[in-house]
Unconditional design. Structure first.
Length: 483
């Protein structure tokens, strides 16, 4: 790693045409270097400022023979991004002129990511926030930008730093007891120790869950239509898709398998699935009681599945229905379709009772004579007519809003950070689980402290309070020069 006390400079804007070009300088000799090429247009100039300043100036490059207008921005060490004196020269976007200015500054050219590296080394950012800077730069859509800004604001580092402080306090109390073991003083009871370790373990589990449940970028959200036969699911499917894909018939149970299509609304794509009606959508679990192992494999069963699984169906349909049930179970959003022109069936009432935040009630066929009892039973339902298109745009907006909210809640950490942190966090969880078991069995306190110390070391590596040059090189080499 290069000497962080050297003064460095680089072009901070991308190559190409633009309104202005920025040259960034950082280090103890920043003001001296800038003074070599800049003439301030006001009287305050020669002495290094103690406060941030923005001043009009002119570039003086001897070989050019002309003064070029520019602006100088300056931040003293206590107010700067890098923790050192930082200056920016905002000038005309001209590559030859920029190269002449860099040569006249007489400082070392910055390496990729070196400004952000200095921000990390000075304590302005931790490693997760430094990675978020790169995430902001590389973001290709508003969602990636939001994710990176959330992490930069401390979305991940805050809980990690809190966890580190908890472990430090816990270790301090344990080791204080070692020093006064002969005094028989109650520094930390076993109950308190177990409770604190358990709380730390749960915190790590929550962070790991956020890392491991991120949706891959090429996987579309899954929206599944659920309801009894002849409530208009196939008509709604065709309306959302924008073309005829499903067979529409007045006969109940026309859809015996499932259909899928890709939909797009407000630039958000999702996979739409039309399943068979409730009287057909049942699985083989109904015919025989599941063993404990089967139950374990299906522990993610959704409440709606229990209702759907109460209906008998023919063996010939079994494979298709089991696949449909899998789709219902794994859906990101379930559209529970009801017929507004007739009273609710008992299974539909149970569906309403068991719906959750991943379910949206859709009251279809409002163009017919509406049954008031159904409307009263579904006060928050989306009222539509899939046949005439009434309410369809509102339903599309709601689908996109719900999927976007889910994506926001599960995309809190950048992929690059997740990949770096997963292994370390799993080690932290292993160490804390071991420490908790030792505390419950009242093992020697030195053994418990050793497990806690191992967990603390891993957390320190994640946030960067402990690090190696190899790790920093791997992270910051991905940055472009000038950042």
């Amino acid at each position: 790693m290069r000497d962080p006390e050297e003064t460095i400079a680089a072009i901070a804007t991308p190559k190409g045409f633009g309104a202005r070009l920025i040259i960034r300088v950082s280090g103890p000799m920043t003001w001296h270097a800038v003074s070599r090429v800049v003439i301030l247009d006001d009287s305050g100039g020669a002495c290094e400022p103690n406060e941030p300043v923005i001043r009009p100036a002119r570039l003086h490059i001897p070989q050019l023979g002309h003064l070029v207008p520019c602006e100088i921005y300056y931040w003293p060490p206590r107010r700067s991004y890098t923790g050192q004196a930082v200056a920016e020269i905002h000038m005309l976007c001209c590559q030859p002129l920029a190269e002449a200015v860099l040569a006249e500054l007489c400082v070392r050219p910055a390496e990729p990511g070196e400004f952000t590296l200095r921000a990390f080394l000075s304590g302005r950012l931790d490693l997760t926030q430094a990675e978020a800077v790169l995430g902001v730069i590389d973001a290709v859509d508003t969602e990636e930008l939001r994710c990176a800004l959330n992490q930069l604001a401390g979305g991940l580092s805050t809980p990690l730093h809190d966890l580190r402080e908890e472990l430090l306090d816990l270790l301090a109390e344990l080791e204080l007891g070692f020093d006064f073991v002969e005094e028989d003083l109650p520094f930390l009871t076993w109950e308190t120790l177990c409770r604190c370790i358990s709380a730390a373990r749960r915190s790590v589990e929550q962070i790991i869950e956020r890392l491991f449940t991120r949706r891959t970028t090429d996987e579309l959200p899954l929206v599944v239509l659920v309801g009894r036969p002849n409530v208009g699911k196939s008509t709604l499917f065709n309306a959302l898709v924008g073309r005829t894909r499903a067979i529409v018939s007045s006969l109940p149970g026309t859809t015996r398998d499932y259909l899928t299509a890709t939909c797009e609304h407000r630039s958000v794509k999702f996979q739409l699935v039309d399943t068979a009606g409730l009287v057909h959508v049942v699985q083989s679990f109904v015919f025989q009681e599941r063993s404990a192992s089967d139950a374990a494999e299906n522990k993610s069963t959704h409440p709606l599945i229990d209702v759907i699984a109460e209906h008998p169906w023919q063996d010939a349909d079994r494979a298709a229905q089991e696949k449909a049930m899998t789709l219902v179970r794994s859906a990101d959003l379930r559209l529970v379709c009801l017929d507004a022109s007739r009273p609710l069936e008992s299974d539909e009432q149970r569906l309403l009772e068991r719906k959750d935040s991943t379910s949206v009630v859709v009251l279809n066929k409002i163009d017919l004579n509406v049954c008031e009892t159904v409307v009263d039973a579904c006060p928050n339902a989306v009222k539509i007519s899939a046949r005439t298109g009434v309410g369809l745009e509102h339903l599309k907006d709601l689908i996109v809003d719900r999927l976007t909210q889910q994506r926001i809640s599960t995309a809190e950490i950048l992929t690059t950070t997740a990949l770096r942190c997963q292994s370390a966090l799993l080690s932290v969880l292993k160490d804390l689980t071991e420490a908790e078991a030792l505390a419950v069995s009242r093992a020697p306190e030195e053994t418990i402290a050793s497990a806690l110390r191992a967990a603390l070391d891993e957390v320190s590596l994640i946030v960067g309070t402990a690090y190696s040059d190899d790790v920093l090189e791997r992270i910051f080499s991905r940055f472009c020069i000038g950042k």
